[in-house]
Design a protein around this ligand. Structure first.
Ligand code: KIV
Length: 272
C-alpha cells in the first residue's frame, strides 16, 4: 500500500486516528530518560511509550511488577522534557489502578500532573472497564493493552504467545471492541497470532499498535533497548535488532579502559 506521510508538527491522539484512517503506519518506541527521548523524538518517532518495562531494562527486575508510580513519574517527566514532537504515553504501573476506579483515576491524574505526559496506558479489558471510564471522564486519554499483558505474568505463568485458543481469542476481540466503545484512543496488542491481530485492527476504528502481533495492524512498538541490541540475552522471534549496541558499547568501553591503563588517554590535546 502506498502511504502518503503527512507532516505532523506535533503528534496528538487525533493524529494517530487520522494516520489509521489514511493508512499511514504508526511508529512507537519506549524511552525512559531525557537523552534517549531526545534522540528518539528527533529521529521522527510518532509515539514514545514510557513503559513499565523500565522495571526490567532500567532497574533490572525480572518482571514489570515492582516499579512504582513515583518511579514511573520520574521516568516520564524526564522523557517529556526530551520530546518536542512525539506523543508521550505513560504506563500505569501494577498496583496503581487494579484495586478500584477512584485509585486508578488518582494514579492517572498524578501521572498527567507531575510528569506532563499526554496519555496513560493500562493493561486489561472488561475487568478494568470502570477504571478506564473514570479516567476517560476526567479528560485523560487512555491507550489499552491486551494479549500478553506482562503485569499478569504470574497468572499466565509464561511469556508465550496468547490467544491461540478460540475462547481466549473471542474474549480478546470482545475486549478490543469494548475499549473502542469506552473511548480509548488506541490499543496495544502484544504477542498474539498475526491473523487475529489483523482481524481486530480491521474491525475497530481506533489504531492498533502491535508488538509480536504481525504486520496487519496499524503500527508497531518495540522496547528501545531490544531494538538497539543493548541486551544480547533477549531475542524473541518478533524482535528486529537495528544495531548491536551491546557489542559496540562493550568494545568502546574496553578501549577506554585500555587507554586509561596505558596512559594513552588523555593526550596533550585533551587537557588544559
Ligand atoms: O512496557 C512496555 O514496554 C510495553 C510495551 C511492550 C508495549 O508495554
Amino acid at each position: 500500500m502506498s502511504t502518503a506521510k503527512k507532516d505532523y508538527k506535533k503528534i496528538t491522539t487525533k493524529s494517530l486516528i487520522d494516520m489509521k484512517a489514511q493508512g499511514e503506519k504508526i511508529s512507537m518506541l519506549t524511552a525512559y530518560d531525557f537523552t534517549m527521548a531526545k534522540i528518539v523524538d528527533s529521529a521522527g518517532i510518532d509515539v514514545i511509550l514510557v513503559g513499565d518495562s523500565a522495571s526490567n531494562v532500567m532497574a533490572g527486575h525480572e518482571t514489570t511488577l515492582p516499579i512504582t508510580l513515583d518511579q514511573m513519574i520520574y521516568h516520564a517527566s524526564s522523557v517529556v522534557r526530551g520530546a518536542d514532537r512525539a506523543l508521550v504515553v505513560v504506563d500505569l504501573p501494577f498496583g496503581s489502578y487494579q484495586s478500584d476506579p477512584k485509585e486508578a483515576l488518582r494514579s492517572a491524574i498524578r501521572i498527567m500532573k507531575e510528569s506532563g505526559g499526554h496519555a496513560v496506558k493500562l493493561e486489561g479489558g472488561k475487568e478494568i472497564k470502570e477504571s478506564i471510564k473514570k479516567i476517560l471522564n476526567a479528560g485523560i486519554p487512555v491507550m489499552g493493552h491486551l494479549g500478553l499483558t506482562p503485569q499478569s505474568i504470574y497468572k499466565f505463568g509464561t511469556y508465550t504467545v496468547r490467544a491461540k485458543e478460540e475462547q481466549e481469542a473471542l474474549k480478546l476481540i470482545e475486549d478490543a471492541k469494548l475499549l473502542e466503545k469506552l473511548g480509548c484512543f488506541s490499543l496495544v496488542l502484544e504477542k498474539i497470532p498475526a491473523k487475529l491481530a489483523q482481524q481486530i485492527a480491521e474491525s475497530i476504528s481506533i489504531p492498533v499498535i502491535g508488538i509480536g502481533a504481525g504486520s496487519g495492524v496499524d503500527g508497531q512498538v518495540l522496547v528501545i533497548h531490544d531494538m538497539l541490541g543493548m541486551n544480547n540475552e533477549f531475542s524473541p522471534r518478533f524482535l528486529r535488532r537495528y544495531m548491536n549496541l551491546y557489542e559496540g558499547m562493550t568494545s568502546a568501553i574496553s578501549q577506554y579502559v585500555d587507554d586509561v591503563k596505558s596512559k594513552d588517554f588523555p593526550n596533550e590535546k585533551e587537557q588544559y
